[in-house]
Design a protein around this ligand. Structure first.
Ligand code: ADP
Ligand code: MG
Length: 399
């Protein structure tokens, strides 16, 4: 991904590629949906807990227009091989489908399942300036982007929260990834300069200004993605469901997110399996940490927010078992560096990215020193992103 391309350059290239792929670029329209970074509240969204993500200014762009026949034509400027595939609005079944096109196609399928089948096909070219498979939710940005494109091209009656739900539904049921609602919600509902304090139990939310008082959000991509990513995620979800069933024998709850840490301690013996108990503990304590972290941020206590980020990492590493040696190096070495307020793994885990809050004047030495240690210990060149918090999906007018 070329982070340095400006939006104007991306749109110019996209238009060119669209014309090369589909004959011309007449009447084409341009759209964008953001990726996201989660500041705190990891693996709490499918446990009815709180999350605190924000949309980024990087994400996925599309050039798209309707067709007069049943063809759905999809082209990506990213990735290796198999950039282009063609489908029919009349055959959306999962059988025989694979690869990246399952994300946009799954959204078309989910719209159809909600009584909004497409009357005609469309053609779309996409380009993402966000790394894939790294925990910044390129998949959710692609789903929300597709939903937004369809809404705008066909005038479908869906609001942004509905687009988030459609994206999650298709990722769960079309792609088989049992993600919670956080990623799609953050992409669809993002607001510049703000993080979203979302209660996944009822989807109530507030926007919290992210005022870091002379500090920046820095994302570090470990560039590793361990095989376990999807199966490990789905496993964790099952483990939490089993822990909930154990607890429900002694306390009337619907989700782990309903328990305070004190209540959990009082009832945890109902979970006989030690591993399962540890994972439930993460879900409960991480939820409490998230609520507290948002309070600290609102009170301007950035250091306290950072300490909670560090605690979140330790819990994900030791109790929830979703970190890995490379990510632990990035977080633990970051903690030793000057000007680092907090650093943690972000996203589903098993590789991907860390997010840190770093003093403005320490950012360049952070990137340089952490990059060097990481290279020495792993042989891998990490990528650094000094990110801005952006808004949700939008159409982009071009001259
Ligand atoms: P994450 O959401 O953390 O980036 P996922 O594994 O959930 O990681 O999603 C990554 C997948 O999304 C890619 O493997 C690819 O199939 C799809 N994808 C995302 N963005 C693009 C893109 N610009 N072009 C093609 N495929 C994409
Ligand atoms: Mg994803």
């Amino acid at each position: 991904m070329d982070q340095k391309k400006t939006e104007a350059e991306i749109l110019r290239d996209l238009k060119e590629q669209f014309a090369a792929q589909y004959g011309d670029a007449e009447d084409v329209r341009f759209f964008f949906a953001p990726g996201r970074v989660n500041l705190i509240g990891e693996h709490t969204d499918y446990n009815g807990g709180h999350v605190f993500p924000c949309a980024l200014t990087i994400g996925t762009y599309a050039a798209a227009r309707r067709r007069k026949d049943d063809r759905i034509r999809l082209f990506s400027m990213n990735g290796k091989g198999d950039h282009f595939e063609e489908f029919s609005t009349k055959d959306l079944a999962q059988e025989g489908k694979s690869g990246w096109t399952m994300y946009p196609l799954g959204v078309v399928w989910a719209f159809a399942g909600r009584g909004m089948p497409l009357p005609e096909g469309f053609e779309m070219a996409i380009y993402g300036n966000i790394p894939n498979g790294s925990g910044l939710s390129s998949s959710a940005s692609l789903e929300v982007l597709t939903g937004f494109v369809l809404r705008e091209l066909y005038g479908l009656p869906v609001d942004l929260v509905e687009l988030a739900k459609i994206g999650q539904y298709s990722e769960n049921n079309y792609n088989g990834m049992q993600c919670g609602i956080m990623d799609q919600f953050a992409s669809a509902m993002g607001k510049e300069g703000h993080a979203i304090f979302l209660d996944t139990a009822d989807l109530s939310y507030t926007y919290a200004p992210v005022v870091l008082k002379g500090r920046k959000l820095v994302i570090t991509n470990s560039k590793v993605k361990h095989q376990l990513t999807d199966s490990g995620y789905n496993d964790r979800r099952k483990t939490c469901e089993a822990a909930l069933a154990d607890l429900q024998r002694v306390v009337p709850i619907h989700a782990l997110g309903e328990l305070t840490p004190e209540e959990f301690e009082a009832h945890k013996d109902a979970i006989a399996d030690e591993d399962r108990r540890r994972k439930a503990k993460h879900a409960v304590y991480e939820n409490a940490r998230t609520v507290q972290a948002v309070r600290e941020l609102q009170d301007g206590n950035i250091e306290a927010f950072g300490r909670l980020m560090n605690e979140s990492h330790v819990s994900l590493r030791d109790d929830y078992d979703v970190s890995c040696p490379e990510i632990d190096i990035l977080a633990e070495e970051a903690w030793k560096l000057p000007g680092v307020v907090g650093a943690r793994i972000t996203g589903g885990g098993f590789g991907g990215c860390t997010v840190a809050i770093v003093d403005d004047d320490a950012v360049s030495s952070y990137c340089e020193k952490l990059g060097r240690v990481y290279r020495e210990k792993t042989g891998i060149e990490a990528d650094f992103y000094i990110v801005e918090i952006g808004s949700g999906p939008r159409e982009i007018a071009t001259p």
